[in-house]
Write a protein that binds this ligand. Sequence first.
Ligand SMILES: NCc1[nH]cc(CCC(=O)O)c1CC(=O)O
Ligand SMILES: [Mg+2]
Length: 329
Amino acid sequence: MTFPAVRMRRMRRDAFSRALMRENVLTTADLIMVAFVVEGEGVRQPVPSMPGVDRLSIDELLKLGEECVNLGIPALALFPSVDGSVKTEDAREAWNPQGLFQRATRALKERFPELGLIGDVALDPYTTHGQDGLIDETGYVMNEPTVEALIKMSLAQAEAGMDFVAPSDMMDGRIGAIREALEDEGYIHTRILAYSAKYASSFYGPFRDAVGSSANLGKGNKHTYQMDVGNSDEALREVELDIAEGADAVMVKPGLPYLDVVRRVKDTFGVPTFVYQVSGEYAMIKAAAQNGWLDERAVVMESLLAMKRAGADAILTYFAVDVARWLKG
Ligand SMILES: NCc1[nH]cc(CCC(=O)O)c1CC(=O)O
Ligand SMILES: [Mg+2]
């Protein structure tokens, strides 16, 4: 007979014993802040579907960078929101050395060399059709021509000082191709964070508003390259390939609905495994909190700790600055 000799509640009775037996903790060192950059000066453009998130001009972005450094947040993941006038079918603005993204990278790196910078590598912010790659006459996203474009984009970012290039496009073979190009050009320290298990999720809607690709994408979808929601063996194959091709860290995306995948990836490969709490996850929590239906702080902390428990080594989140402040007390 185990009861009453075994009383599981004994260890839960007091804060000290709960603290001692706690298996996982969330720290500021786990956080990656996410930001959107726009042209201009003194610009903070609210994203309506992401209350509390603004697109920032470079000068405002520097203030955010300073906040991250002061709070001890290790890295910032950057996404561009470029003017419609520079979007083209071939996305060539993506590798313009004087483009917004490259200027923002140089400005941040010059001011805060110690702040890790993660650059998005995908064509959707730059294409007139909103797809992550180059399309043929039927609208199909072509693999190899897209990979060629992603190489140019990665080299432009590395040249500007990006610490991590992070291909979020899901083309086949792009990690190996980018790695080889970086090595050939002498960028041997540039890390690659591979969006390896990126699902064709409906949780990306607010992000597409933020980078201005949703209207261009229209009724289009990304099912021919992003993963089917029903699969997880396939995620392991994707991760295995990206590691073999030279990824330094892999990612599962979205976060909370995909923690089973995070756990499988971490258990199987034991490599640095990042998870992305995406825009739709952010929007759900914000909307409920604004209605007084959920306690924002408690729900954010619980969600991120759940990601740690699932095996995540780092978390990309729009809440990173808030969380770092809360953790400071
Ligand atoms: N390259 C596209 C990209 N990079 C990051 C996100 C989503 C991030 C988020 O929702 O917060 C997306 C959206 C998409 O695949 O359509
Ligand atoms: Mg792949």
